[in-house]
Design a protein around this ligand. Structure first.
Ligand code: PLP
Ligand code: TYF
Length: 383
């Protein structure tokens, strides 16, 4: 019955790890997946997470009952504050409908399902359908690796009224190129005029500046200054190092508290037939850390350490490439400095798929074919 099923292509990012694992060379380096590694190239479990796990393990009152559909209440109340800020008027006015999700990917999927389902957004539903459920891209990066702001803005402007835009809150993957505050302001104005629906995808909060507050600037500007209704997805994979726990959230910012209650009820309707209720452990870990000031401070210190190490590795890589007079990816480049200017977890090197293949075949360096290096995979032991 299933013999005619064709082989699905490997995931372009996760497939790199499969190839890496097959390579017997002791020199091999994995710059594929965006997952933090320490100075020795090893995965890192944060101290605050270990401490939270000990607390949970020793607490006999913590059972393993099912969570409610929307998730762990103590997690939900904390997670919105992380992105909108402790003093957020939107939270105080109870205008945020929030549900726990299977990390950032799950949150995005919930947002898409909600948009497709909500009858009051029939027009957007039609747009999705008319487009054959296809997505379109907007201009973002210039060939010289700077932001193509004019291109982006004109695409946002030219899109049909009420289009759905996904923006990366901070530390754009894969380019490492973000908008300035002034550029965000211009984009926000256009989005408001065109009544676009914005989904802020937040997978790297804390990884750009090392500071949670400043990394959430764009979301807070759209929410509090522009007073726009928004979707905000959150992932705790990177900034808590909780990759396998699959913990995240979807926040839907509404104009009033009454709407937020109705929206959350609809989100529960999306969740129930998909996976019934979310997982407990990751939510408990995050909420244990966030509700204990000592652990929360430790988290912030550890997050800063991770982001700083990556920044240092950017400089070190450029230093080494420059010292050995490594040729640039192509004639459009006159230095490797774009790697230092980029922020977040990745370096978008400008290397072609062919050049990446040479790196892998001749030097056992594994990266995605678009020339993206996960900078967390770089460490001082490699030079
Ligand atoms: N969005 C972006 C831009 C990402 O890079 C990632 C991966 O980290 C995600 C969302 C979601 O990842 P996860 O499902 O592991 O939280
Ligand atoms: O871009 C990355 O490396 C991260 C991790 O299917 C990731 O976002 C990669 C592939 C994937 C899910 C997450």
């Amino acid at each position: 019955m299933w013999s005619k099923v064709e082989m699905a292509p490997p995931d372009p990012i996760l497939g790199v790890a499969v190839e890496y694992n097959k390579d017997p060379s002791p020199k091999k380096v994995n710059l594929g997946i965006g997952a933090y590694r320490d100075d020795n190239g090893k995965p890192l479990v944060l101290k605050c997470v270990r401490e939270a796990e000990r607390k949970i393990a020793n607490d006999e009152s913590m059972n393993k009952e099912y969570l409610p559909i929307q998730g762990l209440e103590s997690f939900l109340s904390q997670t919105s504050k992380i992105i909108f800020g402790d003093e957020s008027p939107a939270i105080k006015e109870q205008r945020v409908a929030v549900v726990q999700s299977l990390s950032g990917t799950g949150a995005l999927r919930l947002a898409a399902e909600f948009i497709a389902l909500d009858p009051s957004w029939g027009n957007h539903h039609t747009i999705f359908k008319k487009a054959g459920l296809q997505t379109k891209t907007y201009k973002y990066l210039s060939p010289d690796m700077s932001l193509d702001f004019d291109g982006m803005k004109s695409d946002v402007q030219a899109a049909p009224k009420g289009s759905i835009f996904i923006f990366h809150t901070i530390a754009h993957n894969p380019t490492g190129v973000d908008l300035s505050h002034d550029q965000w302001k211009e984009i926000a104005k256009v989005c408001q005029e065109k009544e676009h629906i914005i989904i802020f995808d937040t997978a790297y909060q804390g990884y750009a500046t090392g500071d949670l507050e400043s990394d959430a600037w764009a979301v807070k500007y759209f929410a509090h200054e522009m007073k726009m209704e928004l979707f905000v997805t959150q992932s705790y994979s990177k900034n808590f190092g909780l990759y396998g726990e699959r913990i995240g959230a979807l926040n839907v910012l509404c104009n009033d508290a009454e709407t937020a209650v109705k929206v959350q009820s609809q989100l529960k309707g999306v969740i129930r037939p998909m996976y019934s209720s979310p997982q407990l452990h990751g939510a408990r870990l995050v909420s244990t850390v966030l509700s204990d000031n000592k652990l929360k401070d430790l988290w912030k210190v550890e997050l800063k350490q991770m982001s700083q190490r990556i920044t240092e590795m950017r400089s070190a890589l450029v230093r080494e490439l420059t010292a050995c007079q490594c040729p640039f990816p192509n004639e459009k480049f006159s230095s490797w400095n774009h790697i230092v200017k980029q922020i977040g977890m990745f370096a978008y090197t400008g290397l072609s798929a062919q050049q990446c293949a040479v790196l892998t075949q001749e030097h056992h360096i594994y990266c995605t074919k678009n020339g993206r290096f996960s900078m967390a995979g770089v460490n001082p032991g490699l030079s």
